[in-house]
Design a protein around this ligand. Structure first.
Ligand code: RIB
Ligand code: CA
Length: 314
């Protein structure tokens, strides 16, 4: 499957890039301001691909901030000032392509029928692509996102960071009719890594495995200081694995929308739990407009997938 990954690396975004580069024909990585300012997450994407020896995968920089308002600085608390603190990655030997990420997304999807898009940051680039090219939403074979939550949030009691950072963009995407898979916090919290799981990744033995383990240990410690939990959810790789290894997941369908006005609920993904629907025999929803919500993941097998991908890296 051909894929474009839109992200804001970001420690868990980095693992998403590794999984995507291993499992798919990764046509490009597009970046969006989120965990850190745009220039930093873009530099991080270039450095990650340099580490993987995948300078062949183009990187296109996108939106610096949300459609409305300014980029929040919440990401620094767990990702550090650089957005990827905790290890030194190689300096890039090439730069971004000249195209804006939104143009890159549109042209890549429209020229390569069957291409899927995976988004692990705020949905600003995806929403802009949908507005700029009205055929984009229905041309994307699958749109798998890490974002939202059926229940509790993380940056607020009800809102998850990616949806909260740009609620207007998220609502554009959720109401677009795209074949949307949502990996929200209820799911990603099932894939939390403690020191033991990170040590297992380090034991894979490749240079990429060692650097990734250093980065994840930084991320885990920062998360523990914030939440008190010794295990840190591996959020973004879930959105990649949902397309690469759907057998590890359980999915149900529901109506979902994103709150953009609530004084206390802005950025909340409102999933209608009154009318959950099981997938049809073909795995598709019974009717258009339903979001495929990942509800369960086999975390142990997901971590195996990450270890196998790291073993395939330099
Ligand atoms: O809420 C989790 C999301 O916020 C992940 O994409 C992580 O990278 C952070 O950006
Ligand atoms: Ca992210």
């Amino acid at each position: 499957m051909k894929v474009v990954l839109d992200c804001d690396p970001g420690h868990d975004d980095m693992v998403a890039i590794i999984l995507a580069a291993t499992h798919f024909e990764l046509l490009g990585v597009t970046t969006v301001g989120g965990n850190a300012p745009l220039w930093r997450v873009t530099e991080n994407a270039l450095r990650i691909l340099e580490l993987l020896g995948r300078q062949d995968i183009p990187v296109a920089a996108g939106a610096a901030g949300p459609l409305m308002g300014v980029l929040p600085r919440e990401g620094e608390r767990v990702h550090g000032v650089s957005g990827l603190d905790g290890a030194e990655l190689p300096r890039p030997t090439r730069s971004v392509v000249r195209e804006h990420a939104v143009t890159f997304l549109i042209e890549t999807v429209m020229r390569n029928p069957g291409t899927a898009v995976i988004a692990t940051g705020p949905l600003t680039n995806i929403a802009l692509a949908m507005r700029l090219e009205p055929r984009f939403a229905r041309s994307v074979a699958r749109l798998s996102i890490m974002g939202g939550s059926v229940t509790q949030g993380n940056v607020t009691p009800v809102a998850e960071f990616n949806a909260w950072a740009d609620p207007e963009a998220a609502q554009i995407v959720f109401s677009s009719g795209a074949r949307l898979t949502m990996c929200g916090l209820d799911l990603t919290r099932q894939a939390a890594m403690g020191p033991e799981e990170i040590a297992r990744l380090r034991a894979v033995g490749t240079r990429t495995a060692g650097v990734t383990a250093d980065l994840l240990e930084y991320y885990r410690e920062a998360s523990e200081r914030l939440t008190g939990s010794r295990a840190v959810p591996l959020h973004d790789p879930c959105a990649v694995a949902a397309l690469a290894a759907p057998e590890l997941f359980e999915f149900r369908f529901a109506e979902a929308a994103v709150e953009t006005r609530g004084a206390h609920t802005r950025g909340m993904t409102v999933v209608d739990q009154r009318h959950w629907e099981a997938p049809g025999a073909d795995g598709r929803p019974s009717r258009p407009g339903l979001v495929r919500v990942a509800t369960k993941v086999d975390a142990a097998r997901l971590f195996d997938l990450v270890a196998e991908a790291l073993a395939a890296c330099p």
